[in-house]
Ligand binder design. Structure first.
Ligand SMILES: Nc1ncnc2c1ncn2[C@@H]1O[C@H](COP(=O)(O)OP(=O)(O)OP(=O)(O)O)[C@@H](O)[C@H]1O
Ligand SMILES: [Mg+2]
Length: 406
């Protein structure tokens, strides 16, 4: 069956719902045709809290995307996140039957099943089972065991799972709009496809996607996913801190953060004030710039420190030679790179979409990394399905309730 060369990635984020439409080329190229977006409602900390309203927002984003890309959207890949998402590393092992010594595709599927024979809560579903390394009779670093001679096949996987019902709500918002689901991918894994190239994955890198309600992160080492996590804290919490700390309405705090906020301390004129004009329901006020930046700095530093602790429990930071890549709307906060550098003691860069063409306004906007990454993930998966010889891809995933349409 001929595959459509139009792929769409949808993120139902806490701040915005966006749908990115891309056209894939035979040589693995990707061109963004257009984006649709709508302010998000009915979503809190990356999860649906009002399905009817969130479905409307998805509708608006899809309609906008169709107009802007001049394409008809029949199916989409969608990102999922939330504090319920968990991950762990697991090893599977099987013995190859004695009548044959050559490892085949079925053995590889079986070893993946073995790695998932661990207890996860009954209400949870597997989302991804990402191959890290194969071992054949104790030999490590095997990229593709198929066809190799061996008696014992082992494999390490990074497994990601989450609460089924909480995940299904996001999927329903899509299906209610009459579009089919291609792939369901966790935010961090999607974003990493957009902002990391293979070289960075090989050297070792962390991607931190700082959104409005959640911060998703993922760690690559030696080309494989080693760790991932979700912090239920994002830019909304920074705005909330500003609102409480400076005693101004939340909407003004959000605007102040975006227009004037920075994490840089001690560089302005001492006592410098920012004038907030009066507005409906707000009589205006002057706030101290240093105070604003102190509030932002404290929350951002705390977020990075929590992530650093999570990563260090799995892998020494010095193994991550390509450092940290920041994306998501919050990565636009001025000075944020310096805070990350001081917390992680690693090189830090702001995301740039790798190997994608299209409007600069889309490619340079870190708020679209997840949706663009969804397209790249789906594109890579399809290429792998069409050419199973591309074995060893980290994109290998498992079936289950979230498998694409039949
Ligand atoms: N120029 C900017 N400076 C500072 N913060 C910004 C800027 N632009 C956007 N933000 C913040 O980025 C956040 C939204 O980012 P993003 O669009 O990546 O979130 P989301 O994907 O909708 O949410 P999530 O992934 O958490 O569910 C908001 O907190 C917003 O205030
Ligand atoms: Mg997001």
């Amino acid at each position: 069956m001929a595959r459509s060369d139009i792929l769409v990635g949808v993120e139902v984020g806490t701040s915005k719902v966006c749908a990115v439409v891309g056209e894939t080329g035979r040589e693995g190229t990707l061109r963004i045709l257009g984006v649709g977006s709508a302010p998000s409602r009915g979503v809190r900390k990356g999860e649906i809290v009002d399905i009817a309203i969130a479905t409307e927002c998805v509708h608006d984003a899809l309609a906008d995307a169709e107009t802007n890309s001049d394409a008809e959207i029949g199916s989409v890949s969608v990102a999922v996140t939330g504090s319920h998402i968990r991950s762990f590393n697991s090893r599977g092992a099987i013995l190859i039957p004695s009548e044959r010594f050559e490892i085949d595709e079925e053995d590889v599927s079986e070893v993946a099943v073995k790695a998932r024979e661990v207890n996860i809560p009954t209400e949870n579903a597997f989302l991804h089972s990402i191959i890290q390394h194969y071992y054949v009779d104790g030999q490590d670093g095997v990229l593709n065991p198929i066809g190799m001679v061996g008696r014992r096949l082992e494999a390490d996987y990074h497994i990601i799972h989450g609460v089924k019902t909480r995940l299904q709500n996001t999927l329903r918002c899509i299906r209610e709009n009459g579009v089919q689901l291609d792939e369901v991918v966790v935010n961090s894994l999607a974003s990493a496809q957009a902002v990391l190239d293979q070289h960075q994955k090989d050297l070792g890198a962390v991607v931190i996607d700082m959104g409005g309600g959640v911060t998703d992160y993922i760690v690559y080492e030696n080309g494989a996913v080693r760790h991932s996590g979700v912090l239920a804290v994002g830019g909304d919490h920074i705005s909330n801190d500003i609102s409480l700390g400076l005693r101004i309405p939340l909407t003004r705090a959000e605007k102040l953060k975006v227009e004037e906020g920075s994490t840089v301390l001690g560089q302005g004129t001492p006592g410098e004030m920012i004038v907030l004009k009066n507005d409906a329901g707000f009589s205006g006020k002057e706030v101290e710039r240093e105070m604003l930046n102190t509030i932002i700095h404290a929350r951002v530093r705390e977020m990075f420190e929590l992530i650093r602790k999570g990563i260090e429990s799995e892998i020494p930071l010095h193994l991550l030679g390509a450092g940290v890549v920041l994306t998501g709307g919050c990565s636009l906060i001025k000075g944020i790179k310096d805070v990350a550098e001081s917390v992680f003691d690693l090189p830090v860069s702001l995301a740039r979409e790798a190997g994608v063409s299209g409007p600069k306004s889309v490619l340079n906007n870190p708020q679209y990394s997840t949706a663009i990454g969804l397209i790249k993930f789906t594109q890579a998966l399809r290429a792998e399905e069409e050419d199973p010889g591309l074995f060893g891809s980290v994109l290998q995933k498992i079936g289950g309730i979230f498998r694409r349409k039949g």
